[in-house]
Design a protein around this ligand. Structure first.
Ligand SMILES: [Fe+2]
Ligand SMILES: [Fe+2]
Length: 344
């Protein structure tokens, strides 16, 4: 039932006795309610389907399916409709069923006009109050939704500038994380990854090296091979990254993708020496994108490789370093091949 319909001051009256129906109708009209009337539960339901009203007053004992059935049907289809039951009082079980279905009031026949008036008014006011509260709740929900959206936007802007700041320290890796993110997302689209996982991959790829924030510039920019101690420090960056982000990014899939982006498919990677499918899927995707970008970018100690050379290295590293299900589509994608079926 739409909000607009609910606010109309109108009622559906249902009784198989024409005289009783007439009394109810005259009473409701004298209280300024528009009325529609039915003499069976079935016709009342059809009427409500065409024109729902916020209130229904129904007799219980009627030929056909009867009032209890009508109350239950209304409850199921239009939970917002308020129901008042009028009965001769012989059907106690039916009355109990109606009350448990959430009937607001009931009257024993003959109906006293004052009581009926009071019940109609009280039900009408409580309905209006409910509508008001609903509108207020929707209003609050939309404010919360907008604020959440703003916060997320601010958070992602801050993260992006943090990554840029981090990479600006080293001209050789400048733009690395955003490029890794771009390649990983291209691969995600190419293999038909679902939208949910794509959002997580986007964040994880952008932040995968955030743990390098604590590394000395001398190590980041070192034009020669790193010493064993220096390499041990570098190897901590996935765990540091996970630790830095844990209070902000609560999603475990994102955190585990960051933690595991230096694992090797055949084992022997860091920090956990995982292998094969033990390595989170998003981490395996980032590994491929990460290595491709590292190979095709200049470093302090070497120039950038061509696309072909870099893709050959990825191909050679299938099963030892990279997921063998991801390298072929990545190569086809960069060489402009057709999409393959989703791998999982
Ligand atoms: Fe890394
Ligand atoms: Fe990286």
């Amino acid at each position: 039932m739409s909000d607009k319909t609910a606010l109309r001051r109108c009622v559906t009256l249902v009784d198989d006795e024409p005289a009783a129906l007439d009394i109810l109708m005259r009473a409701a009209k004298s209280f300024h309610f528009d009325c529609q009337t039915a003499t069976t539960a079935e016709s009342a339901l059809e009427m409500l389907e065409r024109q729902p009203t916020p209130l229904v007053v129904t007799d219980l004992c009627m030929p056909g399916n009867g009032g209890v059935w009508l109350v239950q049907e209304i409850r199921q289809r239009w939970p917002d409709i308020d129901i008042i039951v009028v009965t001769v009082g012989a059907d106690e079980a039916g009355l109990l069923q109606c009350m448990s279905a959430g009937v607001q009031h009931y009257f024993l026949k003959p109906v006293h006009i004052d009581e009926f008036h009071h019940a109609l008014q009280a039900t009408w006011y409580s309905q209006q109050m409910r509508r008001k509260q609903q509108r207020h709740r929707h209003h609050l929900e939309s404010i919360v939704h907008k604020q959440t959206h703003r916060l997320r936007h601010t958070f992602f802007s801050a993260i992006t500038s943090l990554v840029r700041t981090l990479e600006a320290r080293d001209s050789y890796t400048s733009g690395h994380s955003l490029r890794v993110c771009k390649y990983a997302m291209q691969l995600a689209n190419y293999i038909g990854l679902d939208d949910h996982s794509k959002k997580r991959l986007n964040l994880a790829a952008k932040l995968h090296d955030i743990g390098k924030v604590g590394l000395a510039e001398g190590i980041l920019n070192k034009p020669a091979k790193l010493s064993e101690d220096e390499f041990d420090l570098v190897k901590e960056h996935p765990v540091i990254g996970e630790r830095i982000l844990r209070p902000i990014v609560r999603n475990r899939t994102v955190l585990s993708a960051i933690r595991s982006h230096h694992e090797r498919f055949g084992g022997g990677g860091y920090p956990d020496n995982l292998q094969g499918e033990q390595i989170p899927f998003l981490a395996r995707m980032i590994t491929v994108a990460d290595c491709y970008d590292a190979l095709t970018s200049s470093r302090a100690y070497r120039g950038a490789m061509t696309q072909d050379d870099a893709l050959n290295i990825l191909h050679e590293g299938m099963t030892t370093q990279f997921d063998p299900h991801l390298v072929p589509p990545f190569i086809r994608m960069l060489r402009g091949g057709k999409k393959r079926a989703k791998p999982r």
